[in-house]
Design a protein around this ligand. Structure first.
Ligand code: NDP
Ligand SMILES: O=C(O)C1=NCCCC1
Length: 363
């Protein structure tokens, strides 16, 4: 029976009970809002609900950019979760991260129970300097809360000609392959590499069959999820997202292969950094808390130190070969397309969500 050891709260997601709109989108009527306006609104929400001005700026930009790029599960959908987590006292919105220059190619960051993004930002310049001088450098962060998409953590390195990889562990809601109870987090991995012509090559994926956020969205919209996504509280396969959320669990993607990758994420993001394993924390005293208190590892490589004279050109060769072989869509393409559209026309947001954001910012 895969009963989760840590029960993940289902509260505090954007609800869409208003069905009066005629728009075809599942979330009701959509409006478009300029990116800087959305960012400012989100910054106000964070500040109003318990973060420092600096943390609010970092998180506001992060969430707005996720929404800009079409991240349904990690854009404004997450705002009620941030707010309830801050209100619960589970996370410190004013945390001052401690950055330690541990070794020539190794930086340790204690996020001090704060959000991962400001802690990462505090060490970013040193990480780039080390990667360029040593060829490779690591940032190992612990006691951090990552409640967002991972691509914003790696894409900026590729924009500067570097290769970056990151690993984050989350909360126990995935049954290991052949196992009986949830132990892994959805444990995402993201990778970014520069290209000669065009946006960096970036992939960003949960090692579970689906991200937990997408299960929540399917439940909210009354949709079934694909076979192989999860099991119910009795360990029986189910396509009902509510059964997965209510005492059931997710499955790793690709059976034993995804399970092995998820194990690696626990080792790199938790064991190596000093952070909690996904099964290793309890938020029982913090009703409403939703963000996992775990760790993150970032690896940054300077490809100019490698064998290839021009990594970005080789990346371009590879993309051309992939296209020639019939793969039209590269990972990241959908996001970049969405980004361009959002920058040209405004960021799409469900009208009901925008109203709720305004209440959170002003009410
Ligand atoms: N903070 C946390 O602890 C967690 C965060 N997450 C986040 O959830 C988000 C969603 O994760 P997940 O559902 O696994 O992501 P998806 O399965 O939607 O996408 C995974 C990757 O595959 C690419 N991709 C998707 N479809 C295709 C295709 N047909 N051809 C080529 N490439 C494709 C995507 O590119 P594209 O983006 O262009 O679609 C993306 O890079 C991620 O941003 C992740 O970081 C997930 C788990 C935990
Ligand atoms: O969607 C997911 O899976 C998660 N997102 C944010 C942090 C917890 C897991």
């Amino acid at each position: 029976m895969p009963q989760s050891e840590v029960s993940y709260p289902r509260l505090h997601v954007m609800q869409h009970n208003d069905t009066s709109h005629t728009d075809h989108h599942a979330c009701g009527a959509r409006v478009r809002i300029p990116l800087d306006e959305l960012t400012a609104l989100l910054v106000r929400i964070f500040e109003r609900h318990g973060t420092s001005a600096h943390v609010a700026r970092v998180l506001g930009r992060n969430v707005a950019n996720a929404q800009r790029d079409g991240a349904d599960s990690h854009g404004i959908f997450r705002i009620p979760g941030y707010v309830s987590t801050l209100a619960s006292g589970w996370v410190d919105g004013h945390a001052q991260p401690q950055v330690t220059d541990s070794a020539p190619a190794f930086i340790s960051v204690d996020a001090r129970n704060g959000y991962a993004q400001p802690a990462h930002e505090a060490a970013q310049a040193l990480l780039i300097e080390k990667a360029r001088s040593q060829g490779i450098a690591l940032l190992a962060m612990h006691d951090s809360h990552h409640f967002a998409a991972l691509w914003p953590d790696v894409e900026p390195y590729a924009e500067q000609g570097l290769v970056a990889l990151t690993f984050v562990n989350s909360m126990a809601c995935v049954v290991p392959h052949g196992g009986r109870r949830a132990l892994f987090g959805t444990n995402p991995i993201a990778f970014a590499a520069p290209r000669e012509n065009g946006y960096p090559l970036v992939f960003d994926l949960a090692t579970s069959a689906m991200a937990h956020g997408d299960i929540q969205i399917a439940a909210r919209e009354g949709r079934q999820v694909p076979p192989g996504s999860g099991v119910d509280r009795n360990g029986e396969p189910t396509c009902d997202p509510n059964a997965i959320l209510d005492g059931g669990a997710l499955l790793p993607f690709g059976g034993h292969k995804g399970s092995a990758l998820s194990m690696m994420v626990e080792l790199l993001a938790a064991a190596l950094t000093g952070g909690n394993f996904s099964f290793g924390f309890s938020w029982a005293q913090h009703p409403g808390a939703q963000s996992p208190r775990t760790g993150q590892l970032l690896i940054v490589i300077d490809p100019s130190k490698g064998a290839g004279a021009n990594f970005a050109r080789r990346a371009e060769d590879l993309v051309r070969a992939l296209h020639d072989a019939g793969q039209e869509r590269m990972p990241g393409d959908r996001r970049y397309r969405q980004r361009e559209e959002s920058l040209a026309k405004g960021v799409p947001v469900a009208a009901a969500d925008l109203a709720r954001l305004r209440e959170l910012a002003n009410g």
